[in-house]
Design a protein around this ligand. Structure first.
Ligand code: ZN
Ligand code: ZN
Ligand code: ZN
Length: 127
């Protein structure tokens, strides 16, 4: 097999694996799936294709627990972080009208970190 067709084959495999992931995923998670199908593919190739996809807005990225997570959907990634126990919970914002109203332009994707005290910690305070 020539070098070029091998590269094209790798690219096709990575792209089809990307399409299979429906929710948020990390580059490592994607790489684990790809490695099972073609152990010769390096993580650098995976990172490069993820970057390409982001440039083309086919993939959107967020920071979750100090890691980059990706999504195929123009999604949002929201955290509620408890300042007492440091627990992070995810939530989703369905309607973005309130955000869009504040922005001159079109929203692609966004990330929100909300800080507070979780209900478990609140209940402990009462006792
Ligand atoms: Zn985006
Ligand atoms: Zn997250
Ligand atoms: Zn808490």
């Amino acid at each position: 097999m020539t070098k070029k067709s091998r590269k094209t084959k790798q690219k096709t495999l990575i792209q089809s694996e990307m399409q299979k992931l429906s929710s948020f995923f990390t580059a490592d998670e994607l790489y684990e799936k790809i490695k099972k199908k073609d152990p010769k593919i390096g993580i650098a190739t995976v990172y490069r294709l993820l970057k390409d996809a982001r440039m083309k807005k086919e993939m959107h990225s967020y920071v979750c627990d100090r890691k980059m997570v990706y999504s195929r959907e123009k999604n949002n990634h929201c955290h509620f972080i408890c300042q007492k126990c440091k627990k992070t919970t995810h939530f989703n914002i369905e309607k973005i009208d309130f955000l869009q109203a504040k922005i001159n332009g079109e929203i692609c994707h966004f990330q929100i970190d909300v800080y507070g005290i979780c209900d478990t910690c609140l209940r402990q305070n009462i006792d």
